[in-house]
Write a protein that binds this ligand. Structure first.
Ligand SMILES: C[S@@+](CC[C@H](N)C(=O)[O-])C[C@H]1O[C@@H](n2cnc3c(N)ncnc32)[C@H](O)[C@@H]1O
Length: 278
């Protein structure tokens, strides 16, 4: 079992805006993964594996005279995304076609209605990257395609892929909470073609897929690109997210090294999601 330890930084920012917005953009670029805005600023999370003591050295806004920013940080054994989520919770609807909501919300009039109880996993549709990956799935043909959802979180993308006709689907996450939560959400949405697997790219040897969806982060995507490329069938599609506009050249270069051709870009608040063809 994998035990993901996060480091959480509690930032106090004055003035709040645009300070928090700039800080989040810079921290995201430095490798921070999740952000929860607070009354005084923002709490930012980074996996301990990605962290080092100099992580804030390049964050320009900390040296700016226009903002006053102080912070504390500590190790967090497991972030309860559910608690964070419920604090500001509302159902989301993507392109009038797909809703992501909790069991206690009313059933909306959408073609694809996904019910998620996120517990401690990322993936409620509220994050820009999840939103764009949902858009990609809505806009592409998944009928009878074999799919890998790498870094499945709550399983939301795998669930939508099944609703769009994909089968079989592997949903993989190295975080035990995400693994357990994805199994629960797969059952809650009556999906029958999804296998949830606990692990990282090392579980993928000898597997082949028509479509790979990976919303993780820049560094992991770069590290595991060769494995994804090896698992993708000819004419297969790769959808990537979890990184910023500034990261596109690096990601694109890694894809092109494996003959994956750029097809399309979606963008939301400086986050991007890319589509490649094998
Ligand atoms: C940004 S979240 C995406 C969740 C969901 N797919 C979505 O789109 O909302 C990234 C997920 O990737 C998982 N993850 C991070 N590194 C991983 C790795 N090397 N192998 C497998 N899963 C990983 C995390 O546990 C997390 O659940």
């Amino acid at each position: 079992m994998y035990n993901i330890i996060y480091i959480g930084y509690q930032f106090k920012v004055t003035p709040l805006q645009p300070g928090v917005e700039i800080l989040i953009a810079e921290l995201g670029y430095a490798g921070f993964e999740s952000f929860v805005e607070t009354e005084e600023g923002v709490t930012a999370y980074i996996q301990k594996e990605e962290w080092n003591g100099d992580i804030l050295n390049d964050i320009q806004i900390l040296n700016s005279d226009e903002f006053e920013i102080s912070y504390t940080f500590d190790d967090i054994e497991q972030v309860n995304w559910n608690e964070e989520w419920e604090k500001n919770f509302s159902p989301i609807v993507v392109d009038d076609a797909c809703s992501v909501r909790a069991p206690f919300h009313e059933k909306p009039e959408t073609t694809y209605d996904i019910v998620i109880e996120p517990k401690m996993s990322f993936g409620t549709g509220h994050h820009e990257t999840t939103h764009m990956m949902i858009q990609h799935i809505l806009n592409n043909d998944f009928k009878d395609k074999s799919v890998l959802d790498m870094g499945c979180g709550t399983g939301v993308l795998a669930i939508l892929a099944e609703m769009k006709g994909a089968r079989p689907i592997d949903a993989v996450d190295f975080d035990n909470w995400c693994y357990v939560n994805s199994i629960e959400n797969v059952e809650r949405n009556n999906c029958e073609h999804i296998t949830v697997i606990e692990g990282d790219a090392s579980v993928l040897s000898n597997k082949k897929y028509d479509v790979i969806i990976a919303n993780i982060n820049r560094n992991i995507l770069l590290k595991d690109m060769a494995v994804y490329a090896a698992c993708l069938n000819k004419k297969g599609l790769l959808f990537l997210s979890g990184f910023y506009k500034e990261d596109i050249p690096m990601i694109q270069q890694a894809c092109e090294k494996h003959m994956l051709k750029f097809q399309e870009k979606l963008e939301r608040n400086n986050w991007v999601s890319l589509k490649f063809l094998n």
